[in-house]
Write a protein that binds this ligand. Structure first.
Ligand code: SAM
Length: 263
């Protein structure tokens, strides 16, 4: 059989975003950042060939893993100490999973080297369950991590920054070069830590997302031209300064404004 990815007989499947970690120092760094402990309800998304899975399980047994690729899920079922959920993570109900894994009201910890082609959908899928989650550690494209953690005034501050910073404290913890994977991705990567805020502003996420889409649809324009009209349509008498561009407005101001949206 010809050689597959990461020294295995498995050939990486592009459609599943398969870039397997092979760099031991990076794997150690990620596990150190996560600090897994036995007894925690830790879930790994996309375990693949198990590069992170095995060191995580050494500290947290049993470990729950969610893998879409049937062949990889089959391999993982043969390993000890794993609860394997063979599924598309975008279909997993993390509320139900929290009820099962933490029956006495504890919280989930979630980690993974995510498939980059669906990383934003995964982040948005998890958002509604932030209050059932202790923390998230994800390997993502560095460019996505930069957007997630961006501050107002930055060129990459946008809808993703505001929507995620509303629910989480976000911190980039490790930069990872393409050579750390097999096959190497075409982009640089980074590991991000996301810790849900204890008391985020209570908002209707769907309407907030629409508001942010409108606000950032024309980044270079003053908000009075984009958001102003939308706020008028929503019947909001705002005292908000619209003589600014969306990229200058702090998250707390956007959430305060979104709090005025009628239910
Ligand atoms: N964790 C492994 C590593 O670091 O070497 C593999 C990471 S690879 C970037 C992404 C993994 O996510 C692959 O194993 C892939 O099969 C899996 N995957 C892709 N799409 C998925 C989905 N929708 N739900 C669950 N797993 C998925």
């Amino acid at each position: 059989m010809s050689r597959g990815a990461a020294g295995s007989d498995h050939h990486a499947r592009k459609r599943f975003g398969q870039n397997f970690l092979t760099d031991g120092a990076i794997i150690d760094g990620i596990v150190r950042a996560i600090e897994p402990q036995h007894g925690q309800a830790l879930i790994e998304i996309g375990p693949g060939l198990g590069a992170l899975t095995r060191p995580l399980r050494a500290h947290c047994d049993p470990l729950t893993v969610i893998e879409l690729d049937r062949d990889l899920a089959e391999r993982l079922r043969r390993e000890p100490g794993l609860r394997v959920i063979e599924s598309d993570v975008l279909k997993v109900d993390f509320g139900a999973l929290a009820d099962t894994l933490c029956p006495s009201g504890g919280k989930l910890r979630i980690a993974g080297n995510l498939p980059y082609n669906i990383s934003s959908p995964i982040l948005f899928h998890l958002l509604p369950w932030a209050d059932r989650i202790e923390d998230q550690h994800f390997m993502l494209q560095k460019e996505v991590v930069d957007r997630m953690a961006a501050e107002p005034g930055s060129k990459v501050y946008g809808r993703l920054s505001v929507m995620l910073q509303w629910r989480y404290h976000i911190e980039s913890v490790l930069d990872v070069p393409p050579e750390s994977f097999d096959p190497p991705p075409k982009v640089d990567s980074a590991v991000v830590r996301m810790i849900p805020w204890a008391q985020p502003a209570a908002l209707d996420a769907a309407r907030f997302e629409t508001m942010m889409t409108v606000a950032f649809s024309q980044r270079r324009k003053l908000l009075r031209h984009s958001l102003g009209r939308w706020l008028d349509e929503q019947g909001i008498a705002h005292t908000f300064d619209l003589q600014r561009r969306a990229e200058e407005v702090p998250v707390a101001e956007f959430t305060a404004l979104a709090g005025c949206l009628t239910p």
